[in-house]
Design a protein. Structure first.
Length: 197
C-alpha cells in the first residue's frame, strides 16, 4: 500500500506542480474573488487529475491509445477556451469595479469547480502521463492507493495555489491592483494557451 500511495503522490505532484494555464486561472480566481471560489476551482483540477489517474490504472495503454487520435482537437478546444477566458479577464480589467467583479467571478464555488474540471479534462496529455507511469511500473499501477495518492497530491498543490492567489488578492485590493492582476492573469493564460499549439 505505502509504495503505491507514494508513487501516486509523486505522480500527482509531477503533473500538478508545473505552473500552467489552469494554475494561473486558479490563482487569478482566488485573487479576484475569494479563497472559497479559488479552492473549489483547484479541487476541479485535482478531480480531473484523479479521474485521469483512475483511467490510467484501469485502462492503461488502451485509454492512452483511444485518446491519442483526439489529442489535436482536444488541444485546440483547450486553446479556444483558454483564449476566451483570457479575453474575458482582460476585458474585466477595464470595467467599473462592480461590473468587473460580475464578469470575472463565477457566481458560485460549484460553477468554478465544474468549469475548471471541464477545462482540465480537455488536456489529454494528463491521461497519457498517468498511463505511461502505470505501464512503466509494470504492474496494476497500484490501484486505488495510486489514484488516491495522485488525487491528494494534486489537491494539496491546487489549494496552495488558491491560497497564494487569495493572499495576493488581499494585498492588491484596490482598483489598480485588481486591474493589474486581471491583465497579468489574462496575458499569462493567453501565452500558455498559445504554447499548447
Amino acid at each position: 500500500m505505502s509504495a503505491d500511495f507514494l508513487a501516486g503522490v509523486a505522480a500527482g505532484y509531477g503533473i500538478a506542480v508545473p505552473v500552467g494555464a489552469i494554475g494561473v486561472l486558479i490563482a487569478g480566481l482566488s485573487a479576484r474573488t475569494s479563497l472559497r471560489v479559488g479552492a473549489a476551482a483547484g479541487m476541479g483540477a485535482a478531480t480531473a487529475d484523479g479521474l485521469y489517474a483512475l483511467v490510467a490504472v484501469v485502462g492503461g495503454a488502451a485509454a492512452a491509445g483511444v485518446i491519442a487520435p483526439f489529442a489535436t482537437p482536444l488541444r485546440w478546444a483547450a486553446v479556444v477556451v483558454l483564449l476566451g477566458l483570457a479575453a474575458m479577464t482582460a476585458r474585466s480589467a477595464f470595467r467599473r469595479p462592480g461590473a468587473a467583479t460580475r464578469v470575472a467571478k463565477p457566481s458560485t464555488a460549484l460553477r468554478a469547480y465544474a468549469g475548471v474540471l471541464g477545462l482540465t479534462l480537455l488536456n489529454p496529455a494528463t491521461v497519457i502521463y498517468f498511463a505511461a507511469l502505470v505501464l512503466g511500473r509494470g504492474d496494476a499501477g497500484g490501484g486505488v492507493w495510486f489514484v488516491l495518492g495522485a488525487f491528494l497530491a494534486s489537491a494539496s498543490w491546487q489549494l496552495v495555489v488558491a491560497g497564494g492567489g487569495s493572499l495576493v488578492g488581499r494585498l492588491l485590493t484596490g482598483e489598480r491592483g485588481r486591474r493589474l492582476t486581471a491583465l497579468i492573469s489574462s496575458l499569462v493564460i493567453a501565452v500558455l494557451a498559445v504554447r499548447l499549439l
